[in-house]
Design a protein around this ligand. Structure first.
Ligand code: NAG
Ligand code: NAG
Ligand code: NAG
Ligand code: NAG
Length: 419
């Protein structure tokens, strides 16, 4: 309990005074963003739709994750991308509403930078009567061609669960292993694996839209006031696929985060980052590798409401988010066509040198948030929504140089920007 309070008190303090930037820039005013800015050059020559043969199911993609394929010597051969999409999101969104029709299923896809192909995964053994609304997705690397466990947050009709699949790099079939459920899977959103059978999971709210009567406004109060109620947990599942009890352990890893959204483990495994959407901040934690306990270390403000986050291979954190939350809310309610996007890379720096950072971007992050002591921010991509709407996830592949951006309500699903 004592540990709770040593974390709660500094977080409460941060929440109160730091929330002001987000309130002013991402809620009260609409940032003046270009049609499209990409840090390597012209958007029209560098960026294109990931799926060149458009499929009506390949749109509204919340998450994208790397699937690392290693050869027999353990050398990294390719970073494929796994994408979660839900073309029915405007009828079923348990985070932002509405809750109209849960029946049409979402979809999972893989992209191979080697072949340039985007392929839809076929779900095998998936229960006939089970709805499927994928959100956070993470997959364990494959070694010497072996199959990988993939975990997918599913905002199913009655409650949010986590689906476990097995998928081989040589096939496009995702075999359903089982549905993971737990009383504390209150509102799972994003995942970060710590082994083939364990992961961190964020819960974005404690009061969800699913609640009868209060569900239409209490979650909004939790979001708008940035109440630090949500949390990240660490979950261990039984490696025995047919074990009666699949969740072996569920421990609170990071309590009292306001709207905990994206989560990512650094390449060294020693640091974990969690995005707090409603305070516009990223929290960094030191991770004890042996027991997965997290200790709050520092935080950094980003110039928008952060959504998903992913470390690149060099240890920089790629953060995607929503620069104008009211427009995103309108988009979720189908009352406007696009919402703006912004993707930054947050890097550790030894000493803070200048209050001017991110000078290249059309709208510099330094125009919105103050500098951090030991992290710097560089814009990778930004758009008023015309090039890519409602960017939810950014991924940077240090191998191919590609940057991938998925859009929660993007008609093209995912965009890829090349070097
Ligand atoms: C969203 O609005 C468009 C028209 O603006 C309409 O054609 C479409 O059916 C609406 N979608 C949903 C899910 O209500
Ligand atoms: C779905 O079908 C399975 C058997 O195929 C059954 O055990 C389960 O209770 C059903 N679930 C619902 C929600 O109807
Ligand atoms: C694939 O191989 C890796 C490395 O040996 C191992 O950690 C992982 O558990 C294997 N995957 C599965 C699904 O067995
Ligand atoms: C960054 O600075 C904060 C205080 O400003 C400190 O608590 C934290 O340990 C520093 N992190 C690193 C990686 O130096």
């Amino acid at each position: 309990m004592r540990r709770f309070f040593t974390i709660l008190v500094p977080l409460l303090g941060l929440w109160i005074w730091r929330g002001k930037y987000l309130l002013y820039y991402s809620i009260l005013t609409r940032p003046d963003l270009p049609d499209g800015y990409y840090y390597r050059g012209d958007v029209s020559t560098h960026c294109s739709n990931l799926n060149s043969s458009p499929d009506p199911a390949f749109k509204y993609c919340e998450d994208a994750s790397f699937w690392e394929l290693h050869d027999t010597d353990g050398k990294l051969e390719e970073r494929r991308v796994i994408v979660s999409c839900d073309s029915g999101r405007k009828q079923w969104n348990t985070v932002m509403g509405p809750l109209l029709n849960p029946t049409p299923r979402g979809s999972l896809w893989t992209y191979s930078p080697t072949s340039g192909k985007t392929t839809r995964l076929t779900l095998e053994n998936y229960p006939e009567n089970h709805t499927f609304h994928p959100l956070g997705v993470e997959i364990y690397p494959s070694y010497a061609g072996n199959a990988s466990y993939m975990y997918v947050v599913n905002h199913a009709a009655r409650k949010t669960v986590i689906e476990q699949f097995l998928i081989s790099p040589s096939s496009s079939v995702a075999k359903h292993i089982r549905t993971l459920s737990h009383p504390l899977f209150i509102a799972p959103n994003a995942l970060a694996l710590t082994s083939p059978t364990s992961f961190y999971v964020t819960n974005d709210h404690v009061f969800t839209r699913r609640l009868p009567f209060i569900g239409s406004f209490i979650p909004l109060v939790e979001t708008i006031f940035g109440l630090p109620l949500s949390f990240a947990a660490h979950v261990t599942v039984d490696p025995n696929e047919i074990a009666e009890k699949s969740v072996l352990a569920h421990t609170l890893a990071a309590p009292f985060v306001a709207f905990a959204n994206g989560v990512s483990v650094s390449p060294s495994g020693l640091e974990v980052a969690i995005a707090s959407t409603s305070t516009g901040a990223i929290y960094f934690y030191d991770r004890n590798i042996a027991n997965n306990i997290l200790t709050f270390a520092s935080s950094v403000l980003v110039p928008f409401a952060p959504d998903n986050i992913n470390y690149d291979h060099d240890g920089n954190l790629v953060v995607s988010g929503h620069p104008h939350f009211p427009t995103l809310t309108k988009l979720a309610a189908n009352k406007t066509d696009v919402a703006p996007s912004w993707v930054v890379s947050v890097s550790p720096v030894l000493a803070h040198t200048s209050s001017e950072f991110d000078p290249e971007a059309t709208l510099s992050a330094s125009a919105i948030v103050p500098p951090s002591n030991n992290r710097t921010i560089q814009t990778l991509f930004q758009s008023n929504g015309n090039t890519l709407s409602s960017g939810a996830t950014g991924l940077k592949d240090t191998l191919s140089g590609n940057v991938y951006i998925s859009g929660l309500y993007a008609e093209q699903g995912v965009m890829v920007c090349r070097n």
